[in-house]
Design a protein around this ligand. Sequence first.
Ligand code: ADP
Length: 880
Amino acid sequence: MIWIINNCALLVLGTIAAIMGISFYMRTKDSTGHIRYYMLFYGIFSAIWCLSYAVLGVTTNLALCPYIRIPGLFAIYAFLVNEVFLVTRMVGLPKRPTAIIRVVSCILSVITLYFYSNTNLDIFVRGDGYTRWYANPSMGFNRSVHAIYEIFIFLLLFTMALIWYKKTRLKRSRKFLSILIVANFSILFFTIPDSIFPSIGLPGIATSGIGGAVCTIVMWYGAIVFNSFDASFGNITDRLFDFIEAGVIVFDTNRQITIMNAYAKASLDAKGNQTLQDLFDIQESDIDVMFEKGLNEIYSTRLWDKSLKKAYSVKLNSVKDTYGEPYCILMVFTDVTEEIELADKYAIASQAKSQFLANMSHEIRTPINGIMGMNTILLDELDEGNLEEVRHNAMNIGSASQTLLSIINDILDISKIESGKMELISVKYEIFSVLNDCYNMTLTRAEKKGLNFVMDIDSNLPSVLYGDEVHFRQIINNFLSNAVKYTDRGTITLRIREHSRTEDRINLMVEVSDTGIGIKEKDIDKLFKNFTRLDEKKNRNIEGTGLGLSLTEKLVRLMGGEINVTSEYGKGSVFSVILPQKIVNDAPIGNFAEKYAAFANQKKGNELQIDIPNANILVVDDVDMNIQVVKGMLKRTHATIDTALSGAECLEMIRTKHYDLILLDHMMPEMDGIETFEHMQENKDHKNVDTPVIILTANAVVGAKEMYLEKGFTDYLSKPIRRNELIAMLRKYLPSNLQNQASATTTKAPTDQPQNTAPAAATNKKTSLAERFPLLDTKCGMLYCMDDEEFYVEMLETYLEGNKRDLIAETYETENWKDYETYVHALKSTSLNIGATTLSEHAKALEFAAKAKDYDYIRANHKDVLDEYDELLTQIKNAL
Ligand code: ADP
């Protein structure tokens, strides 16, 4: 009975051990470690061991028994060597001791096999239908070799195991080691009936194989349960499945879901046993396509989940059996919602940018075309002496330049804000000055369109505030300019009130309302987006870039304010902001209309009254035209103006002459204004060490001024230069002993309605001039004098004083045609400058005749022209 049980145990356990060894090997085939080989050998050797001893037990031919046992013995020693190899590897000894132990155990195994496989080692007997054996007394030595070998191997194994146990901190390794020790004890235990019994006179029974198989099974269990060995896809697949940031769904060939990883469940909120249609927003026909294509190739597509909130990039492919037939279909998907949203955003942004570039190029080209075209016409008209046209075109050039400048400023400001470089620069300022400028800027435009412009300013507002004045001004002007643009009839109102106030702070409520085209409710949200224009088709003819409001909104936010819009489509809009500012002086600002009128008069009186005949000014600019502009603006100051066309020329000039003021352009080729200035500072071998230097620059962005002042410039003037600003600089920086100031002229008393004040004053002025000088085109004359009446009068005086009447008459009498030509040429241009356009034309005809030696023409017309000249001189004399 016992032998039947023993043999069954050997066969069953041997088979199990073999299967486990092989399956472990197969399962971890992708692993780069060696453990799987040890497990495979464990399985195979214990199987051979068991089989050999099982056959031994049933062999009836006793002579064959020693030979049948040889493969078993070989398997035992190979098993033990395999175990030594495994343990030495796991214990992680240095290479050399590991190699020595392995080699010694191999040699010992071979020696022991040699002695222990001796066919005379045991005497086999048969009894009770089972073969067993007794020790052959003459083979004591051989047995001793085997005993020593076993003692050595097991001591070695246990020692190694102990070292490993001590070394490792991993719980799973310790657990596995305990199992290993138990397993080896099982080998020892099952070896007792096998090798000890025959030595003590008892019949040997073939049980040791059971120990080997048990050891293999225990090792397998330890390896699997405690993951004690190398990582492999086999033993990490489950973890991997739930770990990856991708959904994995396995379908059977009926398209039913059989496996889903954690990600798939979480993303699709799926509860198993569902179909693709339960999970994704997909049609039956598309599913057919997906599966058909996915059977033979990797099929990629994009699907949305049922709620249409998430988008997935999906890949499908079948897993095929050894016959090449699919047994399941694998679907892997990743969430690409964010990427799609980003791409959409990018597409929208890039569409908006393209739209913007198209708009921009149109908006920038329009004024440039205007400027270039008008300039060509202007030059033609100038040649032909068509002064009314010249004036008209010059004004158009001015307004086109203004448009261009404001577009460019908007772009620069927006990009500054967007790159986070816009800084608020707070200064002390008078609120009246801001309102005055806003009023001036808007009034002309409003009047041109026949609109009323009302300034409704709370007279109790504090007069001096502290905040970013430049941007405050810009915000109001943007609203006002839009109000004018988008209103065809009715009224524009700028209303400023106190929204709330503490002792030293005020929240200003600025409101610009119009009776214009209004904005649809659905469009209000779009208003503040960069580059967005509404009703583009309808507003095609209205110039605009879609930058103004977006810039305004950004500025208001930067200044800690709030912006608001209410509008009724077709009726009008109200744009309002609440802006916090500090109060510096809370004396009330007073009635705006009165103040405006008073200021306008005072300004007019002040601005033209600088006379600096003893001042020496140096203007440095590489563009001659710019120099001419500055010279023209300073003509009336009677200052001596020297010019330099480069930084180098400037440095040369300052070595020999002292200047009272230097106007230095920034952007110049070779040596720019800053470099020139630095040279002046470093090398003091010149006469202008203390001369104020004012930088002229087109760099009008916020913060530029501070940069120049930091560099040491005395002040900064932005281009295009305004005459008043330039004069203000002269007043500020020229020594007072150089400045002669005449008293202010009286101006008209202000009226209550500011919108009527300025135009009325201007009209009066021009009417009176025209009345005083009926022979002159005073409008044209004023144009040459920058619309400055006093300057004009001075020019008339100069004209009178420097008249060439007698010289013309004399050269005519003496027929000195050469000089005659020179004098009538001078008459032509000086007359044009004061608006004597007809006389200028006639003088021009005489000049041409002199040039062409057409003396008959001169003789026929000279007298008439001279009479005309006389009449004009008399009229000017009388009027002055
Ligand atoms: P734009 O340069 O086109 O005027 P804005 O950013 O200033 O750019 O304004 C954006 C759009 O808002 C305009 O194109 C216009 O459609 C609309 N809008 C702005 N102000 C008004 C207003 N006062 N009345 C009606 N529509 C306005």
